[in-house]
Design a protein around this ligand. Structure first.
Ligand SMILES: Cc1cc2nc3c(=O)[nH]c(=O)nc-3n(C[C@H](O)[C@H](O)[C@H](O)COP(=O)(O)OP(=O)(O)OC[C@H]3O[C@@H](n4cnc5c(N)ncnc54)[C@H](O)[C@@H]3O)c2cc1C
Length: 398
């Protein structure tokens, strides 16, 4: 059994953890990252080729600076490594004027100084005939800074950049124990014990396994790819069908983007469900059902897509399970629970975290090192839920 001593150990090298490792290693910090699988794997929450990258985030106006920081860092890393880590397409949000995709996006844009393009109903249908048949009240707004990013590629790029900057990565290594010490933490794995002054816990859907009692619920959330009906292929290809968020009149929410075949890669039309009416079962992350059940998995989404888009074949062409880990208020948990100097938590992605990967990684590095953060993080403070500090206080003491 190897004994490793380091300043900071990062547990989980997915979207949040790989970015934290990179941002710390870039500063010359002595840091070790551990992942039960490896960089850019398909078994957690960060797989499936693409993620929407919005900057005017309807989920909270405070997210725009984080998205922009992510974009800047990913673009710089992409330039350095000769790969595309983010692609700007704009994001079209569609819904009635009082729905989150319209009202929330406008509020976030106003706060962030983003000039949205606004489309009334007629202009929406003229520019985007894919939405013919949508409700009369539906209008559109386009966030010009938005686009898509690439989960496996982006995680791998950040993790590899961390290694180049001096970080050590233990891949295929599962953390089996996290103990608090007087002056740090002890992390146990089958091959090594890591002692560090502090841990950043970024284990995604497994966070409640490492810190039992966290108010986080992982849900099995399949991803779906679709074929356009014959004759509609061009309509549902990028850039004519860019990143999209669409609220139907009854509150059902779809998100997605068009197919693409070009320098950034090749992918099909992707459309998924979101919001309170989407039926996603809670799951134990260790027991995620990776089988696709034709009736349960495909029934609801096929009906929603058929209601929204005449030009798409009603059954998905491809489906893969994924996990979203929900917090009680659908916002992330980023910070030091109870101010504990030994631990930083990063989790509760609530289905909108990937775009913020590098920006959150930078914040995690700043929090861990006691630097001023580049933007306000109070709205993500884990202490807004008293259960978090209680769960951390209940961790074993070594
Ligand atoms: C279907 C779907 C669609 C989405 N769409 C979008 C979108 O369009 N835009 C967007 O911004 N976000 C989107 N998201 C959300 C985004 O993907 C997540 O916010 C993000 O991937 C979460 O990253 P994470 O670091 O919390 O988890 P992960 O990336 O899963 O990382 C957690 C890591 O911890 C590791 N780990 C766990 N337990 C242990 C252990 N005991 N020891 C060692 N390692 C461990 C895992 O192997 C994993 O690598 C979507 C999510 C899903 C599921």
């Amino acid at each position: 059994m190897e004994e490793i001593t380091t300043d900071i150990v990062v547990i989980g090298l997915g979207a949040f953890g790989a970015a934290a490792l990179w941002r710390l290693a870039e500063r010359g910090v002595n840091v070790v990252g551990i992942d039960r699988y490896g960089l850019g794997h398909h078994l957690g929450s960060s797989h499936g080729t693409t993620r929407l990258f919005r900057v005017a985030c309807q989920e909270h106006p405070g997210l725009a600076p984080i998205a922009r920081k992510s974009r800047d860092l990913l673009q710089e890393l992409g330039r350095e490594t000769g790969q595309s880590l983010i692609m700007t397409t704009g994001c079209l949000s569609v819904g009635a004027p009082d729905t989150p995709p319209i009202a929330g996006t406008k509020a976030a844009a106003a706060q962030a100084g983003i000039t949205l393009e606004e489309l009334d109903h007629e202009e929406l249908l003229r520019r985007f005939p894919q939405f013919t048949g949508t409700d009369q009240r539906a209008v559109g707004v386009i966030d010009p800074e938005a686009g898509v990013c690439f989960p496996e590629r982006d995680v791998r790029a950040q993790g590899e950049a961390a290694v180049r900057a001096g970080a050590r990565v233990l891949a295929d290594t599962r953390v089996t124990g996290l103990e608090m010490l007087d002056d740090g933490v002890r992390v146990t794995t089958p091959v090594a014990t890591v002692r560090a002054r502090q841990a950043i816990v970024a284990a995604g859907a497994w966070n409640p396994k490492l810190i039992p009692g966290l108010p986080l619920i992982p849900r099995r959330t399949p991803m779906f790819w679709w074929d356009p009906k014959p004759g509609h292929e061009a309509e549902f290809a990028m850039p004519d069908f860019p990143a999209v968020v669409h609220d139907l009149p009854d509150g059902r929410r779809l998100w997605g983007h068009g197919s693409y075949d070009g320098p950034e890669g090749t992918w099909q039309v992707k459309i998924g469900m979101d919001g309170e009416f989407a039926d996603f079962a809670a799951t134990d992350a260790d027991a995620l059902d990776r089988y696709i059940h034709p009736r349960e998995d495909l029934g609801q989404v096929s009906e929603w897509v058929a209601d929204a888009f005449d030009g798409i074949e009603p059954m998905p062409a491809r489906t893969i399970p994924c996990m979203v880990t929900h917090s009680p208020d659908s916002q992330f948990l980023i910070g030091r629970p109870g101010g504990d100097p030994r631990l930083v938590l990063a989790g509760g992605d609530s289905g909108h975290g990937f775009k913020h990967t590098a920006g959150i990684g930078e914040l995690l590095a700043q929090i861990a090192l006691g630097e001023d953060t580049y933007t306000d993080v109070a709205f993500m403070n884990p202490d807004r839920f008293p259960e978090v500090a209680m769960a951390v206080a209940a961790l074993p003491f070594g």
